[in-house]
Design a protein around this ligand. Structure first.
Ligand SMILES: *[C@@H]1O[C@H](CO)[C@@H](O)[C@H](O)[C@H]1NC(C)=O
Ligand SMILES: *[C@@H]1O[C@H](CO)[C@@H](O)[C@H](O)[C@H]1NC(C)=O
Ligand SMILES: *[C@@H]1O[C@H](CO)[C@@H](O)[C@H](O)[C@H]1NC(C)=O
Length: 130
């Protein structure tokens, strides 16, 4: 009776070790496939005027082989809060740039952009003026 319990425990221990070992490479694979390229422009010091058009650019020099989601979108953020303003959507995350029009928002110097592919990537804060 006691021996059976010990064996069962050993089997369970062995199985859980096996799970940990086999889970590790999977996590690594998933991390590699999640692609969040860094935003290059706008950067700290950028000033955008409402109504002007600009190319938002991001680094595409090192994409993983398999990207889960290639379709990107860009959301405007103010302070630490996302706004409901989408500046661009439906573009290929691998193209490295997309042209946007500066929206009519309250002028401030704590705007930033969030580029979404698989997950979000923030730009530094920049300024929007009238
Ligand atoms: C954005 O980049 C494209 C390609 O380089 C260029 O043709 C276009 O004029 C640029 N747009 C702006 C607003 O600078
Ligand atoms: C990428 O996906 C293809 C097709 O699904 C697969 O054959 C290949 O092994 C994958 N490569 C990597 C590095 O995950
Ligand atoms: C976005 O939010 C503003 C207020 O913060 C609101 O006036 C506007 O209607 C919203 N727009 C959309 C498309 O939801």
């Amino acid at each position: 009776m006691q021996l059976t319990t010990t064996i069962t425990n050993l089997v369970l221990l062995f199985l859980s070790l096996l799970t940990i070992v086999s889970a590790a490479p999977l996590a690594e694979l998933e991390r590699r496939d999640v692609y969040t390229p860094p935003v290059l422009y706008p950067h700290a010091g950028t000033v955008w005027k409402i109504g002007n058009r600009h190319n938002v650019t991001w680094d595409v020099s090192d994409p993983p082989v398999n990207i889960t989601n290639k379709i990107g979108f860009i959301v405007l953020r103010k302070g630490n809060l996302a706004t409901n303003i989408t500046l661009a959507s439906g573009f290929n995350i691998l193209q490295g740039r997309v042209e946007v029009t500066v929206p009519k928002v309250t002028p401030a110097s704590d705007y930033s952009l969030v580029l979404f592919g698989d997950s979000g990537n923030f730009s530094p804060k920049f300024k929007i003026t009238k």
